[in-house]
Design a protein. Structure first.
Length: 290
């Protein structure tokens, strides 16, 4: 039971990354493979502020989220927006985000630390009984923060002006321009917001498990698989895909080997692409959405 509980909590982190993929894709049609780097930046920046500069922990946590958002802004301004203006092929944009994520990871390794780092739990001594044992209460906090975040995003998309603008851009960017909506501004807002969201995932998850510069790629891969598993572009599909993937990888690590977790994730992705490319919650037409 403890393995399942930890797998669910880990899956919620993957879900937050998957939500980032989905929001960016729905708004701009771009697949941003730097999403995993934002998670790593959130955790490592918080560690840097708290441990190296002795900033108060709550302030450092907020700082970690803001730094992740700033990295997202840099990605948009320096790479994605110029490529978008030139109508660059999708593969070029994808490659640019992938290289950017790797560059950020290496900068963190050189500038902060190349070693795995952790943070204090949010509630010291908090443990939750599960099936005759107990797990660190930070995992429960991870689930709570992720679930509240996803619900808030779903509500905002339906009721806020920026949410309506995002949905309009997702439906048809040319029509949204006729309605006075600037797709590039909406895209910039989506990029910065999803970077902050991923940074929050890193801030809340680092106290439960170690974070290092190499985790950026893993988070990016697992988040992408989770988004595809549920239904790419669907928030609740991202949640479902993240939880399922988290449980599967946790069971793989516990009963087979942690060395096979990534192998299993890729295997799931390949099987899904062949048998159900629209995802578990998607309709057949969703596979052709652009």
């Amino acid at each position: 039971m403890t393995v399942l509980a930890i797998g669910v909590a880990t899956g919620f982190v993957y879900a937050l990354v998957a939500v980032g993929y989905s929001l960016i894709y729905r708004t701009t049609g771009i697949v941003n493979f730097a999403q995993g780097a934002f998670v790593m930046v959130g955790g490592m920046a918080t560690y840097w502020l708290y441990k190296e500069h002795h900033v108060a922990y709550p302030v450092a946590a907020v700082g970690g989220v803001l730094i992740a958002a700033a990295v997202g802004a840099v990605l948009w301004v320096a790479l994605v927006s110029p490529l978008w203006r030139r109508n660059s092929p999708a593969v070029v944009v994808i490659l640019a985000t992938l290289v950017f994520g790797d560059l950020v990871a290496n900068c963190v390794a050189k500038g902060i630390s190349a070693d795995p780092q952790t943070l204090p739990t949010w509630i010291p001594g908090f443990r939750v009984p599960v099936g005759g044992a107990s797990i660190d209460g930070q995992y429960v906090i991870v689930i709570a923060v992720a679930l509240v975040s996803i619900i808030a995003i779903a509500v905002a998309l339906q009721r806020s002006n920026i949410g309506r603008a995002m949905r309009a851009c997702a439906a048809n960017s040319q029509t949204s321009q006729l309605l006075g909506i600037a797709p590039r501004r909406v895209g910039a807002a989506a990029m910065i917001f999803t970077a902050a969201l991923a940074g929050l995932a890193g801030v809340v998850f680092t106290p439960a498990q170690y974070t290092d510069y190499g985790s950026a790629l893993n988070y990016g891969i697992y988040g992408f698989v989770a988004a595809t598993l549920g239904s790419f572009g669907d928030l609740w599909g991202a949640l479902l895909g993240g939880v399922l993937l988290g449980v599967v990888t946790a069971l793989t690590g516990r009963y087979i080997s942690t060395n096979y977790e990534l192998v299993i994730a890729f295997a799931i992705l390949l099987v899904l692409l062949v048998l159900r490319p629209q995802g578990l919650l998607g309709r057949r037409a969703a596979a052709h959405h652009t």
